[in-house]
Design a protein around this ligand. Structure first.
Ligand code: T4K
Length: 368
């Protein structure tokens, strides 16, 4: 008998190739292939409308976006952040020459616990980099209040937060900058890519120069900028993906509903997000495996792998546990909630074309 098909934690949603090819032909004919060409402009317009944000700059990926946003804001010294994220969040700070200071998470939202931020502020703190983990909004009002009172800048790592609304407006409108990822693994993807959302036209202009070596004009360079420009091919793909994003999210919603039916009443298996939490983009399907489950989280992870189901422990280990973040002995941050969640979390396959049969297969392995 053939081995069952590999089911990965995610699979990029791609539009019909026939929709993309005519755009590639136009790019080939025009020879305008990068440096803020017509598809770049068109993609920005589409995103502004879809997301409900004013000022957007396109970048090659979110990691570089986070790094450049930190530089553009002139952050120095220490930046308060969450340990429960993909390693890119911390790495972007290190690349910007900053020291990440890790603060524990709220065990319900898995986002940085705003109530613990003030205790971590020192005279060296210049900013906060918070993550809307799995697309669930941070406590943006509390963070804004703290930032105002302590004169700190705020960057949201919104890699997971495409299309997320908070109290009737885009969550991307909070903070000095919010940074999206359009990586293949994301709800909205352009293979690689990302965007930086700015609060003002001046801030956007600073970012636009920052992603183009700091160039103002042929004779003027205002900052030590970088090259983070999105190519025309990527931007063109983005314009096509925008036509399909609503259906991708709807398919994800249906998968989320089915998982909750298939995995109901399993002792020790808890969904991170209650079903009533809305609106979501259904970026991931994180579950927590507690002591009452008949397997540990890692036993379940390996059991699924034996059946060709490649669930992932996002985010384990904690960012703060990687060697480049090590603190001298006795000065390690104490973060019991983040540590506990990292030891129990498992993200199940979640992508638009996951079939009912495949979901049943995953549920059968978990129950067996
Ligand atoms: N901030 C946060 C909070 C993030 O989660 C991320 C990225 C970033 C910042 C940085 O964003 P970017 O700089 O990437 O724009 C993946 C992604 O590479 C990464 O973008 C993502 N977060 C992270 C959560 O997941 P890996 O190393 O776990 O990916 P990988 O290659 O193991 O892929 C996961 C599964 O996806 C594979 O098992 C199969 C499937 N897959 C993957 C790719 C790349 C495909 O089916 N096709 C593909 O082309 O990091």
């Amino acid at each position: 008998m053939d081995a069952p098909k590999n089911l990965f934690v995610t699979r990029p949603a791609l539009p019909p190739l026939s929709e993309f090819i005519p755009l590639v032909e136009k790019i080939w004919a025009s020879r305008i292939v990068t440096n803020f060409g017509p598809y770049h402009v068109q993609f920005i317009d589409g995103l502004r409308q879809y997301l409900g944000v004013e000022h957007i700059s396109l970048v090659t990926n979110a990691t570089v976006g986070l790094m450049l946003a930190s530089r553009a804001l002139g952050l120095t010294g220490e930046v308060i952040t969450t340990p429960f994220s993909f390693v890119a969040t911390g790495h972007a700070l290190l690349w910007a020459g900053l020291k990440p200071v890790f603060v524990d998470i709220n065990p319900n939202t898995l986002n940085i616990d705003a109530n613990r931020i003030e205790a971590a502020i020192t005279p060296l703190t210049s900013g906060i980099m918070a993550v809307h983990c799995y697309g669930r909004p941070c406590d943006v009002e509390a963070i804004e209040d703290i930032a105002k009172r302590h004169n700190l800048r705020v960057i949201y790592d919104a890699a997971h937060a495409f299309g997320i609304q908070h109290k009737g407006r885009s969550v991307l409108n909070f903070g000095d900058h919010a940074v999206l990822s359009f990586h293949a693994t994301k709800v909205f993807n352009t293979l690689e890519g990302g965007a930086i959302v700015s609060r003002s036209v001046e801030a956007k202009l600073r970012i636009d120069r920052m992603i183009n070596y700091g160039i103002v004009d042929e004779q003027t360079v205002e900052s030590t900028g970088f090259n983070a420009k999105m190519s025309e091919l990527t931007a063109a793909l983005g314009t096509v993906q925008l036509r399909h994003i609503d259906s991708y999210i709807e398919q994800r919603r249906q998968i989320d509903v089915r998982y909750r039916q298939l995995l109901v009443n399993i002792p020790g298996l808890h969904f991170v997000h209650p079903p009533e939490v809305a609106p979501s983009n259904y970026y991931a399907l994180p579950i927590l495996i507690g002591a009452e489950h008949h397997r540990s989280r890692d036993e379940l992870y390996f059991r699924l792998r034996e059946h060709n189901v490649f669930a992932r422990r996002y985010f384990y280990p904690l960012v703060s546990d990687f060697p480049m973040y090590a603190e001298p002995q006795g000065r390690e941050p104490v973060m019991p909630f983040a540590r506990s969640v990292a030891s129990r979390v498992l993200c199940l396959p979640m992508f638009p074309d996951l079939t009912e049969g495949e979901q049943q297969r995953i549920a059968d392995v978990i129950r067996s």
